[in-house]
Design a binder for this molecule. Structure first.
Ligand code: FE2
Ligand code: FE2
Length: 136
């Protein structure tokens, strides 16, 4: 069973962004499944790396839009992205140090919570602004 399912409540109303958020949820589900099924550390590490890379890509995508359209709350939003990336990288590092360790549940709860909070909070805040600028 997936850890998280996409729901219309997560939609920010911008299709390109919604699709990226869907992909992030997919990657979190893959990671959760790999851990639950006791996949090898190298497989879990690969998925974790994929998730980190895709998160960076997605954050840059949003940040480029903010810069292009002079979004007034860019600075605050960038701070959130930076602290989220820091946490994910820290987990990545901890996992690399101790692949059999007990971070998995904490990691999954953290990822799920931040994704939902960030999407439903700060991401939703920019949606109206960018939609008016014609972003789709
Ligand atoms: Fe964001
Ligand atoms: Fe986002």
């Amino acid at each position: 069973m997936p850890m998280m399912e996409w729901s219309h409540e997560y939609s920010v109303g911008i299709p390109s962004i919604d699709n990226q958020h869907k992909r992030l949820i997919e990657l979190i589900n893959q990671l959760n499944q790999a851990m639950a099924e006791g996949e090898s550390a190298s497989i879990v590490a690969d998925i974790l790396k994929g998730l980190t890379d895709y998160t960076r890509y997605h954050f840059s995508y949003e940040e480029d839009l903010f810069n292009q359209h002079n979004y007034p709350q860019t600075e605050q939003h960038l701070k959130e992205h930076a602290s989220l990336i820091d946490r994910v990288e820290q987990f990545h590092y901890e996992f690399a140090q101790d692949p059999g360790g007990s971070i998995s549940l904490e990691l999954m709860q953290f990822l799920t919570n931040w994704l939902v909070d960030h999407i439903q909070g700060s991401d939703r805040e920019y949606a109206g602004f960018l939609l008016k600028k014609g972003v789709s």
